[in-house]
Design a protein around this ligand. Sequence first.
Ligand SMILES: CC[C@@H](C(=O)O)C(=O)SCCNC(=O)CCNC(=O)[C@H](O)C(C)(C)COP(=O)(O)OP(=O)(O)OC[C@H]1O[C@@H](n2cnc3c(N)ncnc32)[C@H](O)[C@@H]1OP(=O)(O)O
Ligand code: CO
Length: 133
Amino acid sequence: MQHVEHIGIAVKSLSESNTLFSKLLGVSPYKQEGVESEGVLTSFFQTGQTKIELLEATNPDSPIAKFIEKKGEGIHHIAFEVEDIEAEMARLKSEGFILLNEVPKKGADNKLVCFLHPKSTNSVLVELCQTIK
Ligand SMILES: CC[C@@H](C(=O)O)C(=O)SCCNC(=O)CCNC(=O)[C@H](O)C(C)(C)COP(=O)(O)OP(=O)(O)OC[C@H]1O[C@@H](n2cnc3c(N)ncnc32)[C@H](O)[C@@H]1OP(=O)(O)O
Ligand SMILES: [Co+2]
């Protein structure tokens, strides 16, 4: 695994949180993107090598809607950049981690992604992401 690529934060209102995080970080989001398959609308802030990904649910079945209902707004996942996502998925599976998708899927911001179940990672939802070249 390489660096922390982004930290995902579940928010109720993307527009309100965009304003808050723009003040906090001193930069504006560089992009906003919907990912229909995940039921989310995202915005991204660059902070050094790492990004902050704000996530608003776009439907009640979205993982973000369920998370906010149970735990409220806050840190939802940590994403690590990987060079070869399929090799990393195979390595982690062989180490006993539970993959939430067996095939890499298209994420936001030009990435292929895979999630690990929080019950296998000390209750932290982990995302692997590989830049699509
Ligand atoms: C924009 C695309 C992409 C990117 O490119 O960056 C994204 O980041 S998309 C982000 C949203 N997508 C996902 O989160 C996909 C992966 N998540 C899932 O598959 C599910 O959310 C889940 C983790 C399997 C949980 O789903 P489910 O079992 O249906 O929900 P429950 O509410 O019943 O939770 C079960 C259990 O898991 C705990 N949980 C849920 N979410 C998290 C979390 N983010 N961090 C830590 N723990 C989490 C939840 O509290 C339950 O625990 P117990 O109560 O102890 O059973
Ligand atoms: Co993410």
